[in-house]
Design a protein around this ligand. Structure first.
Ligand code: PSU
Ligand code: MN
Length: 307
């Protein structure tokens, strides 16, 4: 661990006792949802983890301090902060050196979770390869190939090129697990038509793969993909029309770099009324629940590995 991490005492105690802890990201608070919805959603995600019997650890950088497990006050502060930088791997040294606030993406959260000793992380959707811009590949994919954290998500965001994203995950050696599904979920909707590498139906089956990866000393993480609950699904055909419109608008406006993903998510939300938001919140809570169950199975099931 390179720097002193600022631990929430509850998270520290849970980790010291080998209890189940789930890492949560903060970019969805600063760049995923507008205030004040963002704070309420972040709280509900944490409550869902607690209801399962695990301890939530929302990760962010506050005034340059890498913080593992935001307090209620810190979460409220970040939820209204105007200048928090979206932090992937490349951004972490910048916010630390300049004592700035930073919200961690999937990549940034994986790095800090690993430093903190947290091996399960629940989120909405990972970044991936952007449609029509194959060179714009999220740093999330590279992080998954090098940092040993299990990321529970609803697939890659539907605004992305899902077949290309799956290809890159294969090249990078990241196993893609379907949780109670044979198909990669497409974030807002349950179906993408793309097969996952393996289906598991229980948290324990996911833990078996986590253990096998460790035993084989393979670097990198695992992706557990969970479909949005059927009642809150936004069917792919309907979502596609709006996503295409949002992508066209991004081109017209000349949006680029790290602003692309927040722009597209916000535009889809504006164009879809409440449909995309409803699905997004439902999948976040569902993923938090599954992540907590996997963390609990992992905590109750330690194995000693041959060295
Ligand atoms: N999925 C969401 N909302 C988000 C993100 C993903 O529903 O805000 C964020 C995550 O933090 C993810 C990041 O890591 O977007 C990817 O950004 P980029 O494509 O610039 O790597
Ligand atoms: Mn990008």
């Amino acid at each position: 661990m390179p720097l002193k991490l600022n631990f929430n005492p509850q998270v520290k105690t849970a980790l010291d006792n080998g209890e189940a802890v789930v890492a949560l990201e903060s970019t969805l608070i600063t760049h995923g949802f507008p205030s004040p919805d963002n704070i309420e959603i972040a709280r509900k995600i944490e409550d869902t983890v607690r209801a399962e019997g695990a301890v939530p650890a929302t990760i962010a950088v506050l005034g340059g301090q890498i913080t593992v497990g935001l307090t209620t006050e810190q979460l409220e502060y970040l939820g209204t902060a105007k200048n928090a930088r979206k932090c992937s791997r490349r951004d972490l040294p910048i916010v630390v050196a300049r004592r700035e606030d930073g919200a961690t993406t999937v990549a940034g959260t994986m790095i800090v979770a690993h430093w903190a000793g947290i091996s399960v992380f629940g989120t909405g959707g990972i970044g991936g390869v952007h449609r029509g811009h194959a060179h714009d590949e999220s740093a999330d994919l590279m992080e998954l190939s090098r940092t040993p954290v299990t990321v529970v998500c609803a697939g890659a965001k539907a605004i992305l090129d899902l077949p290309l994203t799956m290809e890159v995950l294969e090249t990078r050696g990241v196993p893609v697990i379907g949780y109670q599904t044979d198909e990669l979920p497409a974030f807002y909707s349950r179906h993408s038509g793309l097969p996952v590498d393996v289906r598991v139906d229980t948290p324990q089956e996911a833990v078996d793969i986590i253990h096998a990866r460790q035993e084989l000393t393979l670097s990198g993480g695992l992706l557990v993909t969970v479909p949005v609950p059927a009642a809150n699904e936004w069917p792919a055909a309907e979502a596609q029309v709006i996503i295409d419109q949002a992508l066209a608008d991004a081109e017209t406006e000349g949006i680029s770099g790290k602003a692309v993903t927040p722009y597209l998510l916000e535009r889809v939300s504006q164009l879809s009324g409440k449909r995309s938001k409803k699905a997004n919140i439902a999948l976040l809570l569902n993923n938090a629940r599954v992540a907590a169950q996997i963390a609990l199975a992992l905590a109750s099931n330690k194995r000693v590995f041959p060295t």
